[in-house]
Design a protein around this ligand. Structure first.
Ligand code: FE2
Length: 272
């Protein structure tokens, strides 16, 4: 099974550029084309939030028109730039989304169990795993303890060293970590928010942040680094399940690159 992660696409309406610089619509279109052209193709796509820039109905209409071009099913959770109810309305035919409350759910149809978590707090840039969400997560994880499981959520529960983003990560992460430690089937957590391909070992699982297909948060590890973005090469996280049932995280870069070229001659000798 192959899972692609798209995150932090920040789609705007009326052809406007994000931060007056980034054509996020063109970036998402290129991302979808790229994923559709991968061989073998991903089986599913998870969208880990900040699909839109301001959470308006118009932005969701545009985002959806682009995401619906994906050749494979996709699953969405909100980020802090989204609006939970506008997202629910825009994806009302996505039957995995609950009719009210948090936008979280488990997808049981694949060799990897996918759990989408809603980490958002309306009006706040930071996220939270409150008691109600932790109860739901604990009960959901208890339902199936053997299948390799992948969680995806917007706000990372770990520190990245990018100080202005760490101030708005997922609160109550310690309690979530204790829960994850008790559920060793959780092989990986995919997050967004920081627009960078960062990963760390966290409470016995691999916690990753996916890159954005449009713009990156600048890598500034100084304690007082200003919020800033940089247009580094756009990319997507790719996760696949190996024969021995381990999840492996990779990246695929969006663009045209020279290659692939063979290592070997037709007679099997290494090209010199
Ligand atoms: Fe974002």
């Amino acid at each position: 099974m192959i899972i692609a992660q798209i995150t932090d696409t920040h789609i705007k309406s009326d052809g406007r550029l994000a931060y007056r610089k980034v054509d996020t619509m063109a970036c998402l279109k290129a991302c979808v084309d790229h994923l559709n052209a991968l061989a073998p193709a991903p089986d599913v796509v998870v969208m880990s939030g900040d699909m839109t820039d301001f959470g308006t109905a118009d932005e969701y209409t545009i985002a959806r028109s682009l995401l619906d071009r994906l050749a494979m099913p996709y699953f969405v959770v909100p980020g802090n730039h989204d609006a939970r109810d506008a997202m629910r309305t825009a994806f009302s035919d996505h039957s995995y989304l609950p009719a009210d409350g948090f936008l979280h759910y488990a997808v049981e149809d694949y060799p990897v169990r996918l759990i989408g978590l809603d980490s958002t707090l309306p009006g706040q840039p930071y996220g939270e795993m409150c008691d109600a969400r932790l109860t739901w997560l604990g009960e959901t994880l208890d339902e199936e303890t053997r299948k390799p499981t992948l969680l995806f959520m917007h706000h990372p529960p770990f520190l990245t060293g990018v100080a202005h983003m760490d101030r708005q990560n997922c609160r109550n992460a310690k309690a979530m970590g204790a829960l994850i430690e008790r559920h060793t089937q959780v092989q990986m957590i995919l997050c967004g928010h920081v627009h960078r391909p960062a990963q760390t070992l966290w409470h016995g699982t691999l916690a990753c942040i996916g890159p954005s297909p449009s713009h990156a948060v600048a890598l500034d590890l100084s304690p007082d680094g200003p919020p800033a973005f940089i247009q580094e090469p756009p990319a997507c996280r790719i996760v696949h399940l190996t024969e021995d049932k381990r999840l492996v995280a990779d990246l695929t870069y969006i663009g045209s690159f020279d290659g692939p070229h063979p290592f070997f001659n037709a007679d099997g000798s290494l090209i010199d």
